[in-house]
Design a protein around this ligand. Structure first.
Ligand SMILES: [Zn+2]
Ligand SMILES: [Zn+2]
Length: 395
């Protein structure tokens, strides 16, 4: 016998917990979900562990049962709550239900799972001491912006100062979720996390780190629009700027690395990654490489979610790509001519003859052949030396 339907009473929708408003929605400094969780537990005088264990976990879907953590790894789940994982979805659903708010997904990177993975959120917190001071002066409400929790963000775009990641007193790393519910103080020794020491610190900050912090800030503002990574499309578009020739991305990167000293480091890192892992490897976080590539070519970061309006021929580096093409073609001819000369002539022709045969107007090939001969002679000498040495040793 089933229960009669008339016995079911429906209550008007009201929330179990306060409808606490998240800080900074729609801005690059939006609060992280872990920070919201801590503030929520603090306004209810609940321990954060109890909030999760007694109110959130019971709302998990059945299939997510295995995601519930025990006490021992409680400190480590922050990365999954703020990121783009299955646990993120469960926390959003449970908290939206408990607070009757529908905007809590904006406090996570849930829409970014097409461009990155769980590693995008740092294992421990980072923070800007000047921002903490500002919060103190303004209204005393402390929170941890999502931006600071992103692994690749190492400076504060508002103050252009490095983010700090250890307690100024006990030097401990700070987990995003901690049983004390602390945000601006150390979870272990209670020290205020901002120090006035930063004012004297002179730390060298590189351009890419500054760019990446504000680019990620812009993506956070448009977080809902992010769907998938255009890294392969972007690479293909760059490789085939010229219809008559396709230049491999590795050659483009080497060219740009030589041309711009402030882009050299990231360009060479990207080249290495593309060669080792390829550009569609599922096991590495391509998000960082995607940002690097966007930075190097000078495209707007918004192409991550709006690739259709991306126009290669409007890129500021278009003229560089033309130079790159000239250099690429010159190198191809150089290697072709080198093979031809080395394999078809003995003894080798004079420099004048080489110019006549190849039609070259520069001395690149001649220098290349000279270097080759010099290296070969050194190698021959070295080999001879070893040959004459070896029998002596045996005796
Ligand atoms: Zn700041
Ligand atoms: Zn401490």
């Amino acid at each position: 016998m089933g229960m009669s339907i008339s016995n079911e009473i429906s209550y008007p929708l009201r929330s179990t917990l306060y409808n606490l408003e998240p800080i900074g929605i729609g801005t690059s400094m939006v609060e992280s979900l872990t920070s919201y969780l801590i503030r929520l537990s603090n306004v209810h005088n609940l321990r954060i562990k109890s909030l999760i264990q007694y109110l959130i976990y019971p709302l998990f879907s059945e299939s997510a049962d295995y995601l519930k953590s025990n006490d021992s790894n409680f400190n480590r789940i922050g990365r999954f709550v703020d990121g783009c994982t299955l646990l993120t979805i469960e926390f959003i659903n449970a908290l939206e239900h408990l607070t009757s708010r529908m905007d809590l997904r904006n406090l996570t990177l849930i829409s970014w799972n097409g461009i990155t993975n769980y590693k995008v959120i740092n294992l421990y917190k980072k923070w800007c001491p000047q921002c903490l001071d500002k919060m103190k002066e303004e209204n005393g409400t402390f929170y941890q912006p999502l931006l600071w929790n992103i692994q690749y963000v190492s400076i504060c775009p508002l103050h252009n100062c490095p983010l700090i990641n250890t307690c100024p007193s006990c030097k401990r790393s700070q987990p995003a979720l901690n049983s004390k519910g602390s945000i601006a103080t150390c979870y272990s020794c209670n020290t205020w996390l901002s120090t006035d020491k930063y004012k004297n610190d002179e730390v060298k900050i590189n351009c890419f780190d500054i760019w990446i912090a504000s680019a990620i800030g812009e993506l956070i503002i448009d977080t809902r629009k992010i769907l998938n990574s255009p890294i392969i499309k972007l690479i293909k578009a760059l490789e085939s700027v010229f219809t008559d020739i396709t230049i491999p991305i590795e050659s483009i990167l080497v060219f740009l690395a030589n041309k711009y000293s402030h882009k050299t480091e990231i360009a060479l890192k990207l080249r290495k990654d593309f060669i080792i892992y390829g550009c569609d490897d599922k096991y590495t976080d391509q998000f960082y490489n995607l940002l690097g590539l966007i930075y190097i070519i000078g495209a707007p970061v918004q192409i991550i979610y709006d690739f259709s309006s991306f126009n290669v021929s409007a890129l500021p580096i278009l003229n560089d790509l033309k130079d790159c093409k000239i250099k690429y073609l010159r190198n191809k001819k150089l290697f072709r001519d080198f093979d031809y000369i080395i394999h078809n002539f003995y003894p080798l022709p004079s420099p004048e003859e080489i110019l006549r045969i190849t039609g070259d107007t520069d001395n690149l090939l001649i220098e290349y052949i000279e270097d080759y001969l010099e290296e070969r002679n050194i190698l021959i000498e070295y080999n001879n030396e070893i040959k004459t040495r070896k029998p002596n040793k045996r005796r």
